[in-house]
Each structure stands twice: as C-alpha cells, then as structure tokens.
Design a protein. Structure first.
Length: 434
C-alpha cells in the first residue's frame, strides 16, 4: 500500500505501532495502570480525597491480585491505587511505580489502614478496565484506563477533560500475515534496529534474575541445567525468559520492555529470539528482522483476543517467538505459517489465571513449544488442517482463535476469577486483590 507521495504507507504504520507498543515499564503493567489512574485523578483533584472508589474488571482483578509491586513489600489493587495517590506523577506513565520511596509506602499503608479505599468489581466493561473515582466536597474526579494500559481518560463529573490517546492513535487494522511479512522483509534496518536494544533490556533483567534468584526460581533452576552447545540455545532462551518473569512478578525494580501491554509477553517474544540470534551468530540485520517478525506476530495474535482474557498471553506471545525462531533458522514465510499452525494446534487451551510468580512456568513451557513448532515447520511438517480447531488457512485459524477467546472462554474466565476470589476470601486476612 502506497500513499499519494509514493511512500509505503504500511512501513510508517508498522514502525509507529512498534514504537507505541514496545514501551518501557516497571513491574507488572496492571498495578502500574491502576497507579497511573489514581495519580491522574489525584493531580486533577488538587486536594486530598475524602472518599476513594476503585472499580475494576474481572481481568484486572485477576492480573493485579498476586504480583509484587516494585520497591515495596506490598501486593494488590488497593495498594497500587494508594501508591498512585501518594506518588501522583502520571507523567511517568507505566514507570509510575519505579521510584516509590519508603515514605510513600508508609503513607500508602496508612491510607489503606484508614479503610477509605472502597473497591467494586464491575461487569459488562472491557477486559482491560480500571476506574479510580475521587471525591472532595462536591468535586468528583474520575480517571479511567481501558483497552490499553497507558490510555487514561480523566473526567470532572461527567465531562471528559483529558485523554492520553486520541481515537486516531488507536492501532490500525493492519495486522494480517501478508502485510506483516511484506513489512518485515522490506523495512530498512535503521527503522527497526531499536528492537535489538529493547530485547537487550529484557535480557539484562533475565541475567540479573539468574544471578540473584526470585520467586520459585523457574528460570534460575532451568538455566543452571542448560549446556553451551548449539542445541541448548533454545533451552537457554526459555530459561532466561522464565528468569526475567520470575523477577518481574516478584516486584524486581528493573525495567522491562512490553508487548501487547505486558512485560511477560515482551520478555517471551524477545529474550529467546535474541539468545538464538547471538548463538547462531546472525547479523544485526537478521536479528532485527527476526525480532520484528516476532513482535508483530505476537501483536497479531493479541488483536484476535482481548489484551486480558482467559487465554494465556505467554501462549500468544510465544507464537511470535516461534516465528522469530523460523526466521533465524532462515525459513521462509510459508514455514512461519506452518510454525504458527503448529503452535495453535499444540497450546490453544492454556489458560490465564492471573499475573503471578508461576507465569514463569508457562513462559518456559510456551518457549519450549515454540522450538518444537519451529523445528517441525522447518522439516516441512505441520498439524493437518483437518484436525481439531485449525482452519484451512492461517487467516481461518486466526478467526477461530478470536471466536474461542471471545465466545468460548468468557464463561471460563468468569469461573477462574470466582475461584481466585473465593481463595482470597477464605483467608483469615483481608484479600490481597481488593
């Protein structure tokens, strides 16, 4: 597709999309989005709130209940809102929790102890939805984050007074296999070379986690068992990706570059691909194009489901990982398609039961499956279209993934959240997620 000046319009759209999606964030993005909403409302209110109401979708509850918050020993939705109220720096975006001081943590704890924060679970809203409503006297300010983690709208009463993203800035509907392949094959290196730096940020977190140890130590345990030969590169990549998730879910105060609004997905897409590229001694051009294909393939999968859903993001991200593997193994686009079909045929049923330490287990498993899918595809093999849920073409399969994640998995998603809330409510202490 070309514009009136003869330029490839897709190139500009894809480059812009990559820059907007691959953001640096601190800690899990769901607590960060909650803190961002609270800080945005507090800045507009201008005075300490008398009442605080936090409203969240079931998927926000699921993903914010059990993850550590950087620079604190705390967890939970109300905690994230309290820290946002105390930091009140929305300009920091998804890095809002990167500089929480002990004084701010203590002030947030006092706010929680005062029981001034009320919590409400809401239905019939987008899966990515958080709203913080503050009142002081007659003044009511509401900040809402929905659809994208850093998209904030602020209301004074019922009147919208600010928004961080305009309607024109939403992701264009360009994420089709053919257009992704065409862009990845033709885009000049200088426009996508930044993807290597993004992957290096995530690899640095992974290597730090292996040395330090976090959570249940999935990545560290598996990494210490990996070898140094060529066949171990996939295993080492999976181990390092899991290690980065171990650290992130435990509240490590190191940055991560996200994909589809998720640090875990950004890690899954980039770390194993960079490890394989370096191990195979691929050129900078080959590495950047493999990362580009991986990120866009993952975004293509996310576009077929809600950003937060019952379908695990590690699975959809690892589809991008598999595509990147194929490119580094110098497979063609038809081989990429076979790899994606293999991944869907293998792992479609993997569920999301919230952001937490055990996400590292799923990431390791999904990256290992990406290796399997890629190697089968390179051998010319793929799951037959006649089997299971696969469509006759990749486009058909993407439509089936969309149907399953929206129509088929919503009841499952509700059941998952109910189970998680029942577990919290059965605890003797106040539920961590509210």
């Amino acid at each position: 597709m070309f514009d009136d000046n003869g330029r490839d319009a897709d190139q500009d759209l894809f480059v812009d999309l990559l820059h907007r999606e691959l953001l640096v964030a601190m800690g899990c993005t769901e607590p960060a989005a909650i803190a961002l909403a609270a800080a945005s409302a507090r800045c507009v209110l201008g005075v300490p709130p008398e009442t605080i109401l936090v409203r969240a979708s079931r998927n926000m509850i699921k993903n914010a209940m059990n993850v550590g918050i950087p620079n604190t020993t705390l967890k939970g939705i109300s905690v994230a809102a309290a820290l946002g109220l105390e930091s009140a720096d929305p300009a920091a975006g998804l890095n809002i929790l990167s500089h929480i001081t002990p004084a701010q943590e203590q002030a947030a704890s006092r706010l929680l102890d005062s029981c001034r924060i009320q919590f409400e679970r809401v239905e019939n809203v987008p899966s990515m939805f958080i709203e913080v409503r503050l009142q002081a006297g007659e003044k009511v300010i509401t900040a809402r984050v929905q659809d994208e983690h850093n998209k904030v709208e602020v209301f004074d009463g019922d009147k919208k007074i600010s928004a961080s993203l305009s309607e024109a800035e939403k992701n264009p509907d360009i994420l089709t296999p053919a257009r992704i392949f065409a862009f990845t094959d033709s885009v000049p290196l200088e426009k996508i070379e930044f993807l290597i730096q993004c992957a290096e940020v995530n690899l640095e977190l992974a290597e730090y986690s292996v040395k330090t140890g976090y959570g249940i130590g999935v990545g560290k345990t598996m990494f210490e068992g990996s070898g140094v030969g060529g066949e171990s590169l996939f295993y080492r990549g999976a181990s390092l990706a899991a290690a980065a998730s171990d650290a992130r879910m435990a509240g490590c105060s190191k940055p991560v570059v996200i994909n589809s609004g998720s640090g875990n997905q950004g890690i899954t897409v980039s770390v194993p691909v960079l490890v394989l590229a370096r191990g195979l001694k691929r050129t900078r051009d080959e590495t950047a194009r493999a990362l580009c294909l991986a990120h866009l393939s993952a975004l293509m999968m996310t576009a077929r489901k809600d950003r937060l859903s019952a379908l695990c993001g590690a699975f959809t991200a690892a589809i991008g990982t598999g595509a990147g593997f194929v490119r580094l193994l110098r497979g063609d686009n038809q081989t990429v398609i076979r790899c994606i079909q293999n991944m869907v045929g293998n792992l479609m049923g993997i569920i999301c039961d919230g952001a937490k330490g055990s996400c590292a287990l799923k990431i390791f498993t999904c990256v290992e499956a990406a290796e399997l899918g890629a190697k089968l595809a390179m051998a010319g093999n793929s799951v037959p279209e006649s089997e299971g849920i696969l469509g006759n073409t990749l486009e058909d399969t993407l439509g089936i993934v969309e149907k399953l994640s929206h129509e088929g998995m919503i009841p499952l998603d509700k059941t998952i959240v109910e189970i998680m809330l029942e577990k919290s409510n059965s605890s003797a202490k106040k539920p961590q997620g509210v």
